[in-house]
Design a protein around this ligand. Sequence first.
Ligand code: NAD
Length: 451
Amino acid sequence: MSEMSQLVKKQKQFYFSGATKDVNFRLNALNKLKNAILENESNINVALKEDLNKSVTDTYLSEIGFVLQEVSDITKGLHSWIKPKRVKTPISHLGSSSYRLPEPYGVTLTIAPWNYPFQLAVAPILGAIAAGNTVILKPSELTPKVSHLLKELISSTFEENYIAVVEGGVETSTQLLKEPFDYIFFTGSVPVGKIVMEAASKNLTPITLELGGKSPVIVDETANLKLAAKRIVWGKFFNAGQTCVAPDYMLVHYSVKDELMIKMKETIKEFYTEEPLSNENYTHIVNDRHFNRLSNYLTDGKIVQGGKVNHDLHIIEPTIIDEINWDDPIMQDEIFGPLLPVMEYSNVDEIINMINDRAKPLALYIFSESKQTQDHIINNVSYGGGCINDTMYHIATPHLPFGGVGHSGVGAYHGKHSFETFSHYKSILKQTTLFDLPFRYPTMKNGLKYA
Ligand code: NAD
């Protein structure tokens, strides 16, 4: 039996001991994890600086602070979420009552990506723990310092028969996916999402897929351009554009394009200085492969801002590229880097059709003061979620489940929704024994039986 099979077997045994069913056990585990994160805060900062050159402020905002807020929200809600949920019972079932009981799935697998390597590994497992599951976590091999830190942090806090980290790359993932997990939570690219779904189908394992894609930002002629410029530049270039919900490309009404571009260029200088390549708080591109992939796009269209690179350190300036067409290479796949292609439009229905011709986006952002335009786009384009007059903020509230649709993902999480994702809701009907309605039974009449 392989090491992984043994680990899964050990976790199954532990799960069946019933220990994780106790709500205080779960709360204690969440608390232990929170304390371990607090104790390791400076190590987490160092690991993220080494892997991605992430600044302490960005690390707090998007990794540590995010996860601590999730722990706090989940811990507060857990006692009420685990209660059976009474539901209505129809009159035909007179005498009985009905309820739904959340129960853990069992042994779960979480596979994480590299772009927010701490947050996207830890946030899902908070849901798994809260719902009473055991956890195997596979962090990304592309951010090795964070992966190693997670291994140390988890193994010094929990027994491996309850929560374990398995480090490694594609081979490790492939091996893990052969195991009969009770739930798989995957965050990563669309092609690998398909591999995970196929592997899960062999055991009919339920899954969540948090994937990516091309998320548009639309700016119409009524938009507040000053705010649009700030909020788009922030959302696009945070983490050097390596964010699943970053605006991938911009569609702007021709009448406001010039003014918006001027404001965006000013904002880039304000946020990242005139020399972003020397800005020590600017995130680097994760590796050579992604750096080269992104650099190749710099020959598309006309660069109107940025465009300079530092190959040795894997840095690409915040870059705006104008004169782009839907057929250009940069418009074919998710960019996942600090390059913003811009296209102008005159009629909003044209761009709705173009977006609908492609895979359903993970996010969509609308900058407009017109309620009619906002509603028109929201009601005519299918996408995971998004903002009106902002970018990315929708993922930072536990009250909005976060996830994609179609090619951008299956399922959603955050806050209570993470608990629900990792719970199976068992439906129970409790029948009375005080009386018994005869209608449903076959009856005998004159010696004949009618069903
Ligand atoms: P990826 O799909 O290459 O890797 C994700 C994880 O899958 C890693 O742990 C990796 O080791 C593993 N993996 C890679 N190839 C595999 C294979 N053939 N079989 C099994 N496992 C494999 O993604 P990435 O490059 O780490 O992350 C970037 C992608 O993730 C982008 O597309 C981005 O949009 C998406 N993403 C989505 C979200 C979200 O919440 N929706 C968040 C972050 C990133």
